[in-house]
Design a binder for this molecule. Structure first.
Ligand code: BGC
Length: 427
């Protein structure tokens, strides 16, 4: 039952600015809320009020003994207009970054995590080639503002999820439903990643730093044919894998844009990630050109299959493409009553500990409950419970388990018996 994490393995949590900060900056998610598109009607302007409570949250992270923290910054807050930079916001983030570092946390900064300023959205966002310069200007600003403090960056979070939800399924802003547009956005995001990768390295090098690490956080899943012997199911699984994650990883790792992706401008072939960033949540069981879940699978409160081995399958596939250290930049689950999160943590960390792959870090999604995009506040992913009315934070059982396993460097029999043994998944 027990396992030991590899020496030097780092654990922590990941988060995104829009999901925790609160505040009414002029961005596409505050707008989406005003359009009545959040399922439970909750307002991202409330969220966990982290923009005002960051010190308290940093103290709590440090009390849990986290080694690493992946966090975001809000583009719309920093640049309320294309030609405006709010210096007070930069000063705010600098203060927060310094405080987190004083607390001993190693930081990984995400530049783009699904949210756009409205001025960018109204110009057509990432769907238009002429807009990409705004993102690259923002990247430059970020590195000039924080590059003396932060050496590790994620350029873009989950380009495939963003392109799919915002431009193909229409669930997220701007709510479009076009396969070709989704592919254009994916290609543009891969291009942005590559240019941002180069920019970040160049700028920090000029600043005199040689420890820069840059990657992209890829949402990866296993696509499994519902019936392995059914040819059609197998073809759908292959197609989904190709369109959803194959194309984008190839483009962003190597600058290779395969059919039907087209690079918006010339890109040199190369290697554009310093580590492999993987956000892993689930497996899709496929019988048509769509997501699907096995009826007999353990599931979380959003109905996603819990499939720990999939994490290793995805990591092995990426490592087969490019030999780089692997960071699990997100992994976690919606468990509204914290009934099985300890088991979930245990199962996912165990497969990591037992794998031969060079997986070096694990960022749990999420530190505290937060604004879960169109699910709003009703889907809880945190190690820390948030009472949104009072904004009170309470460490959950899973948070205590996470802290204890970090301390122990793994899970021993005692921890297993105390936190995991009794927990069961539901089906
Ligand atoms: C995203 C997060 C999100 C999490 C859980 C990931 O796809 O990066 O922003 O909250 O999944 O749905």
């Amino acid at each position: 039952m027990s396992f030991t994490l590899k020496p030097g393995f780092l654990l922590g949590t990941a988060t995104a600015a829009t999901q925790i900060e609160g505040g009414d900056s002029d961005h596409n998610w505050n707008d989406w809320y005003r359009r009545g598109r959040i399922k439970d009607g909750t307002d991202p302007a409330r969220s966990t009020d982290h923009y005002n409570r960051w010190r308290e949250d940093a103290d709590l992270m440090s009390a849990l003994g986290l080694h690493v923290y992946r966090f975001g910054i809000e583009w719309a807050r920093i640049c309320p207009a294309p030609d405006r930079v709010d210096k007070t916001v930069i000063a705010h983030y600098r203060e927060e970054i310094c405080y987190l570092q004083e607390k001993g946390l190693k930081l990984l900064l995400t530049i783009h995590h699904f949210t756009n300023p409205m001025w960018f959205e109204e110009k057509g966002g990432f769907a238009k080639r002429e807009n990409l310069k705004y993102f690259l200007d923002f990247t430059e600003l970020v590195v000039r503002s924080f590059g003396d403090l932060v050496s590790e960056y994620i350029t873009i979070n989950e380009p495939n999820v963003y392109a799919t939800n915002s431009f193909f399924l229409g669930h997220w802003p701007p709510g479009e439903r076009s396969f070709t547009k989704a592919l254009t956005v994916m290609a543009n995001l891969a291009y942005c990643h590559i240019k941002a990768y180069e920019l970040i390295h160049q700028i920090r090098q000029k600043m005199g730093y040689h420890d820069t690490k840059v990657s992209c956080a890829h949402h990866l899943r296993v696509f499994e044919p519902a019936k392995p012997r059914n040819l059609l199911h197998r073809i759908y699984a292959m197609l989904l894998d190709y369109f959803f994650q194959g194309l984008i990883t190839q483009a962003s790792f190597f600058g290779e844009f395969s059919w039907p992706l087209k690079a918006p401008a010339a890109v040199r072939r190369g290697e554009y990630v310093d580590f492999i960033g993987i956000n892993y949540y689930t497996r899709s069981t496929v019988s048509r050109f769509d997501d699907g879940v096995r009826a007999d699978a353990p599931k979380n409160d959003l109905g996603w299959e819990i499939y720990p081995e999939g994490l290793i399958r995805c990591a092995a596939k990426m490592y087969g493409l490019l030999k780089r250290p692997i960071y699990i930049t997100e992994n976690g689950t919606c468990d509204n009553t914290d009934a099985f999160r300890c088991r979930y943590l245990y199962d996912h960390l165990k497969v990591i500990a037992e794998s031969d792959l060079p997986i070096e870090r694990y960022y749990h999604w999420c530190f505290c409950d937060n604004f879960e995009w169109i699910e709003g506040e009703s889907a809880r992913f945190g190690l820390v419970h948030v009472d949104y009315e009072s904004q009170q934070r309470t460490i959950k059982r899973a948070g205590k388990f996470f802290a204890a396993l970090i301390q122990a460097g793994g899970v021993n029999q005692e921890l297993y018996d105390e936190y995991v043994k009794e927990q069961k998944y539901h089906f």
